[in-house]
Design a protein around this ligand. Structure first.
Ligand SMILES: [Zn+2]
Ligand SMILES: [Zn+2]
Length: 166
């Protein structure tokens, strides 16, 4: 869509639904996929005094490994974002959107950035995920347990076995 040919009148709104493919996100060393990868993005274009206004809406669904227990985690977030662009402003101007390149809106890059901003710092299978046991590595959701200090460390057990063999 060449934005210069839009020629919107003030107050006029043009609404488009465009399919956008979201590349996987990498957070905390883990990969999170948008599922499905291609989602419909609703774009509203209107004309304000001195700038074209872009309003984007989408529903992001992302899945990957829980950051605590490595089990399956997914989340769904409604995402909204707005950009202003004045076609006559220099690129350094604040009314020049970084997502408009050569009079074309880079909707894929914009949608991806907007979803990134909405993702939480921690992606968990559930809010109170107990995570993995720091001592033995078992999943504390499946097998809740604690280690008492008196329990022999497996390394000492191996040494004791060696001692018995000597
Ligand atoms: Zn978890
Ligand atoms: Zn344990």
């Amino acid at each position: 869509m060449d934005l210069r040919t839009l020629r919107l009148r003030p107050g006029e709104v043009r609404t488009e639904t465009i399919d956008v493919e979201l590349e996987p996100f990498v957070l905390g060393g883990q990969r999170y996929e948008a599922t499905p990868a291609t989602i419909p993005v609703t774009l509203e274009i209107s004309q304000a005094s001195g700038a074209t206004v872009f309003d984007m809406r989408l529903l992001a669904h992302v899945s990957g490994a829980c950051m605590r227990c490595l089990g399956f985690a997914e989340l769904e977030r409604p995402v909204r974002a707005r950009e202003f662009h004045d076609f006559d402003a220099p690129a350094s101007d604040e009314l020049s959107s970084d997502y408009v390149v050569n009079d074309h809106l880079q909707l894929g890059a914009w949608a991806r950035d907007a979803v990134s901003l909405e993702l939480p710092d921690q992606i968990l299978c559930r809010e109170d995920c107990a995570g993995l046991c720091p001592v033995c590595g078992k999943d504390l959701n499946v097998e809740p347990h604690e280690h008492s200090e008196r329990e022999p460390d497996p390394r000492w057990a191996a040494l004791a076995k060696l001692r018995d063999e000597l």
